[in-house]
Design a binder for this molecule. Structure first.
Ligand code: NAD
Length: 394
């Protein structure tokens, strides 16, 4: 494997090297941007050319001038002109039309569910890399955009729960009496769930959490929360890559019944359970909501993929059985500054793997990260999961 450009030491004067371009995101509600000025500067200092569409960073509070100071160019209509196009949200059909055949796209692509997008990228002969498909190995940790954005979502979810609840999170002792701390249950203790636990704990709530993967018990407890033991009769539901497997119908049914009782005891539920490439597992049925105390809150982070709660309405806040149920979409975009900062670092780390010693685009498909993250190439869908999803949808 060729040694990689480190993006640290300035290169000698010379013609511009690889060009990275950043379009302005067009998806509704998307405020993030793929590169922030700080990361842009590291790239331009190492000799790369970076060009952005006017206003590309505006949603994340980065004016055009801050990119120009970082050595980038701002050019109308140049968002798709790079050897590598860096994006956040999956490209629209129109954006795919703007990509060059043989050009490289890096961004979230939802490769297991957005089958039309994947097909269109292959047809347009784009070499597309999905941030979701980067193998979650130690060497790729700095590229792990699923984790960086889930961290933002989990934090935000806990704040929403605190905001919507008509009670304090912390215990208070006041002249007017003592207030008992709120009780919060977090369902699914992956990256988002663990961050939600940590945030709710910092706000003073008493937190318990449940996950089908036994390995997370220790992580939950290390954050000062209690692991909720549910007698589902399953050994462990950890599958390949540290993800959860889908539970059987019987296991799911049992889980819903047991949870319906347990959530009746807490003030707020934050649900984050997910199984990659599948609709969100249904964990909270209407009976469970009915069991909750009046004024309780559910924040359903899985709203985007169908919801962990039966009564969730994606993108809405509804009140059912006197319980407020929040179904937020794209929470990372609601904290665009830090979400973009972390994402840009993830993108930079991936792009570093794509640059030769001479600063030219060089894709090494023997590298498991490059091979694993690549979804389409030379007109073909090369990622097994994406290929199966497109086949099943056809
Ligand atoms: P995810 O978003 O796919 O799922 C969120 C959580 O929901 C998971 O913890 C999952 O176990 C849980 N879940 C699924 N079905 C459930 C059900 N029926 N009931 C309750 N919980 C359910 O997961 P994620 O946050 O992306 O992380 C998943 C794993 O990936 C973790 O084990 C994490 O350690 C691992 N990971 C590894 C790396 C790395 O090595 N670089 C980086 C990040 C995450």
């Amino acid at each position: 494997m060729a040694a990689r450009l480190a993006f640290r030491a300035p290169l000698p004067e010379g013609p511009p090297l690889m060009k990275v371009s950043v379009p302005k995101e067009t998806a509704a509600g998307e405020s993030r941007v793929a590169l922030v000025p700080e990361v842009t500067q590291r790239m331009t200092r190492s000799g790369l050319e970076v060009v952005l569409e006017p206003g590309a960073g505006a949603g994340a509070h980065h004016p055009d001038a801050s990119y120009q100071e970082a050595g980038a160019e701002i050019q109308d209509g140049a968002g798709f002109s790079g050897d590598v196009v860096a994006k956040v949200a999956p490209p629209s059909a129109q954006e795919i039309g703007s990509l060059r055949g043989g050009g490289v796209l890096v961004g979230f692509l939802q490769p297991l569910t957005a089958t039309d997008t994947v097909r269109a990228l292959a047809d347009a002969r784009v070499t597309a890399f999905a941030m979701e498909a980067i193998p979650r190995i130690t060497r790729a940790q700095s590229m792990d955009a699923l984790s960086s954005q889930a961290t933002v979502a989990g934090y935000r979810a806990a704040l929403i729960a605190a905001q919507e609840l008509g009670r304090f999170f912390p215990m208070l002792t006041t002249a007017a009496g003592t207030v008992r701390p709120a009780t919060v249950m977090v369902l699914g203790a992956g990256v988002a769930g663990l961050q939600a636990i940590a945030t709710a704990r910092r706000l003073g709530a008493v937190v318990q959490a449940f996950d089908v993967r036994a390995a997370v018990k220790e992580q939950i407890e290390s954050l000062g929360a209690r692991f909720l033991e549910l007698d589902l009769g399953l050994e462990d539901a950890e599958a390949a890559g540290g993800y959860a497997r889908q539970l059987t119908d019987e296991e799911q049914q049992r889980q819903r019944e047991l949870l319906a009782e347990e959530i009746g005891k807490v003030d707020a539920v934050i649900s984050t359970a997910a199984v990659p490439g599948r609709p969100a597992p249904l964990l909270v049925i209407e009976d469970g909501v009915r069991n909750m105390k009046p004024g309780s809150v559910i924040v359903d982070l899985a709203a985007e993929t169908g919801g962990n709660c039966e009564l969730t309405e994606a993108g809405e806040t509804v009140v059912k059985h006197d319980v407020t149920i929040v179904g937020p979409l794209n929470l990372p975009s609601s904290m665009p500054d830090h979400a973009s900062q972390l994402y840009a670092k993830n993108v930079q780390s991936l792009i570093e793997l794509m640059v030769s010693d001479e600063g030219r685009l060089e894709l090494d498909f023997d590298d498991e990260i490059i091979a694993g993250a690549c979804i389409t190439r030379d007109g073909e869908i090369v990622n097994e999961g994406a290929k199966q999803a497109v086949g099943a949808a056809a």
